[in-house]
Ligand binder design. Sequence first.
Ligand code: NAD
Length: 486
Amino acid sequence: METRLLIAGELVAGDGPALAVENPATEETITSLGTAGAEQVRAAVAAAREAQHAWGRELTAAERAEALHEIAAGLRERTEELARIMTAEGGKPLLENRDEVGWTASAFDFYAELARAEEGRVIPPVESSQLALVIREPLGVVACIVPWNYPLLLLAWKLAPVLAAGNAAVCKPSELTPLSTLALAPLFDHLPPGTVNLLAGAGEVGAQLVDHEDVDGIAFTGSVATGTRIGERAARRVARVNLELGGKDAFIVCGDITGEDVEIAARGGAWAAYLNAGQVCTSAERFYVHRDIYDDYVAAFVAHTKTLRVGDPTVETTDIGPMVSATQRGKVTAQLDAAVAAGAEILTGGGTAGQARGHYLEPVVVVGAPAETDLLREETFGPVAPIVPVGSLDEAIALANGTPFGLGANIYTRDLATMVRCAREVRAGTVWFNDPLTDNDAGPFGGFKRSGLGRELGAEGLHAFQEPKHVHIETKLEVKEWWYPY
Ligand code: NAD
């Protein structure tokens, strides 16, 4: 397994503090690696600066597109290997990690094509003898700082548009899941050395990148707390930032969902709440269900949850693997315990699924949590589905909008008027109807309110790593009448 960093096209052992990477299913150390020392971080930024000219100025967008398609092809060829590394270090079921590699490749293919299709626009000039253009140029060097829950996908949502736009990159995966990112090194062999640099390390390495004068942009996915700190630091030197932060997504089930639809909405809800053990930024974390169908919905949800197979993430039929770490599991159970102390009732789940080792948490259905508990207000990031009855759509929308977060929201209804109303009134970056959590490379992804700043994916996700330049061309060489003397 690759444990070396990629700096200036060379694989080098990290000379910073050692980092042990744990397998969350077994609690064994997979391997230990050297993180990036301060000098190595500086070397990576310098290499990126140097390479950016060759990559972003000398090559054409069509040439960059070919190189990005090659990365996508390389990813697909190595699907099994990369999925197994992600499962070992992150605990996500193998099947989901194979999908993740596919989606990662897809982001490179998408941006390869998008970035060679247009690079700005022509605007009407102020005089007929002029030509006026808006050219979108690369920012320069972009730091890509990534969390542990989707290590390769969330890297690709940054790195693919960063490269497609002609920038060079310094990437820092989470300290919990560095191995899958370091394993990517050979995929960048055909790029000018230094175009992509891969570091490992904890927050200090990220912070050093954020503060580095020669880093023009920071693309970050992670918690609101870290994102806020990064935003503050970056503002001091007016560096560009794109922040994808936490959420507390609502899942609304409307009163027109009856009969067999209740079972469908319950299964959709369970998937939205428990996917990757609930460690998805857009996990459904609060269910608002119309009172008329509430009892049936809760019964269907509990029955389905009890059928889910929790266990070894390398087993093909496992639905839910372990959580990523003891710390993360502890945060979730503490939030649950506090809700129970305040009067909530756990209907199923919460145990360790009979596993002696590993950070397993059986998926939980919980009802009766008071509205002011953290379980209904703060991010949970675990396999927990709190279900709350509501009397009307007005109440559901008000509750959905009632937190400082606004990443995503899900709504189950067959009624078009309800869809249109929710689409307009729910304050979230993505609103899914009847198909939870489906991403689309072509659609922007990101958060309202504290869930983020800027967008990934779509054209917006490319523009995030470009600087617009207005070019004003006068074809007539003449003294203008508005010059001096007045
Ligand atoms: P985190 O904020 O603890 O860490 C994220 C990354 O930032 C890691 O690589 C970490 O080493 C680095 N980091 C830590 N301190 C830093 C600093 N001071 N300067 C620069 N970098 C620093 O988040 P996490 O626990 O790894 O991930 C879980 C969080 O990510 C959740 O809140 C989740 O909602 C969020 N998330 C958001 C999205 C999204 O697209 N909006 C997607 C996935 C996860």
